[in-house]
Design a binder for this molecule. Structure first.
Ligand code: UFG
Length: 331
């Protein structure tokens, strides 16, 4: 299929581009490069621009006979979303409405949407299944949930199919070591741990060690970015084969604490990685673990390399060979 990949120069988007190519599809990347990296797109076509640019998106749909859209382009900082909500509703919600309108006008009716575990908020039941209450506790999660709801109505009322993929914690890097995680600013645990291993930071902060978890630190469900990427292809093929629309968790189904991540990174890198206990970070649930059963059953997806050692090991391979991220990548 010919697939428009918005945000295809970002961390998860660039891995999905690779997965599409590997599966025999043709990705066309649309990215503003506000946060993305041209070097991550590889051999795929890259259109520089914003999803709000109606004419640009319409032209791309026609020129490349686009059959489906994978939408990754979004802001991702939970903390920032609480300080500047309009920035998030404008980019993560409003611009998607514009994109959906352009798609409809150009006869593109298949949509794979990057959603998030943040749509659940503080779920009382763990592991979290898709029918758990949707009660985001931050603007980021709400900005994504609105799009899911819009998509549900479109699927009911129009010729439109969508899959919303609720990511848990993406980590790791492509197994060939050529693309990986490079955010600016960086706020995610695994890259920050390795910046510490590389001596770029003095220590890694542990945000709270008094949670009601086995070692007192937050537990998350880490999913290898390459497994995550391949799920997008499966989801799209499911839609193309007439499968039903809906929302799906993407997680490995087991949880690891902050301390476990740091310990695993110490083993992978051989570095001491000093850690300091800091106060809890606002908005962090104690435990987030997916029940990924629906994706298993519906589009036959299974995480293959999402054991902690593989995730952290591949992240170390990327960070140790690209200590300055894409600034080190060969263009
Ligand atoms: N953490 C630290 N120290 C750090 C950074 C993170 O202790 O320096 C902890 C966090 O408190 C959290 C865990 O490590 O308990 C993971 O934090 P990340 O920032 O790596 O990831 P989050 O779980 O906060 O965020 C992820 C996605 C978001 C998404 C969110 C949904 O990256 O995009 O899940 O809950 F919104």
């Amino acid at each position: 299929m010919n697939v428009l990949v918005t945000g295809g120069a970002g961390y998860i988007g660039s891995h999905a581009v690779r997965a599409l190519i590997e599966a025999g599809h043709t990705p066309i990347v649309l990215d503003s490069l506000e946060h993305g990296h041209a070097a991550s797109v590889g051999e795929a076509e890259l259109i520089l621009g914003n999803v709000l640019d109606h004419e640009l998106v319409a032209r791309a749909c026609r020129q490349f006979s686009i059959e489906a859209v994978m939408h990754f382009a979004a802001y991702i900082e939970v903390g920032e979303s609480m300080v500047d909500p309009i920035k998030y509703y404008a980019n993560n919600t409003m611009s998607v409405l514009s994109l959906l309108k352009t798609m409809q006008e150009n006869g593109v009716g298949k949509f794979i949407f990057s959603s998030t575990a943040a749509t659940y908020g503080q779920s009382e039941k763990v592991p979290i299944a898709e029918d758990a209450p949707l009660a985001p506790i931050n603007v980021y999660g709400h900005s994504k949930l609105i799009v899911e709801q819009v998509c549900s109505w479109l699927a009911r009322q129009t010729e439109f199919g969508f899959i919303a993929l609720r990511y848990f914690n993406a980590g790791g890097a492509h197994p060939d070591g050529t693309i990986g995680e490079d955010h600016n600013p960086e706020s995610h645990l695994i890259p920050l741990v390795f910046q510490t291993a590389l001596g770029k930071r003095k220590s890694i902060s542990i945000f709270g060690d008094d949670y009601d978890t086995p070692d007192g630190t937050c537990v998350r469900d880490y999913i290898h970015v390459w497994d995550l990427a391949k799920a997008h292809v499966k989801a799209m093929e499911h839609l193309a084969n007439g499968g039903a629309s809906g929302a799906f968790n993407l997680g490995a189904g087991n949880g690891h604490s902050v301390r476990e991540i740091i310990e695993c990174a110490r083993r992978a890198s051989g570095a001491a990685i000093p850690a300091e206990i800091k106060p809890r970070r606002a908005g962090d649930p104690a435990v987030l673990v997916a029940d990924p059963g629906r994706a298993f059953e519906t589009f036959n997806w299974r995480p293959e390399i999402s054991d902690l050692k593989s995730i952290v090991g591949s992240a170390w391979q990327w960070h140790s060979t690209h200590p300055d991220g894409y600034a080190d990548a060969e263009l």
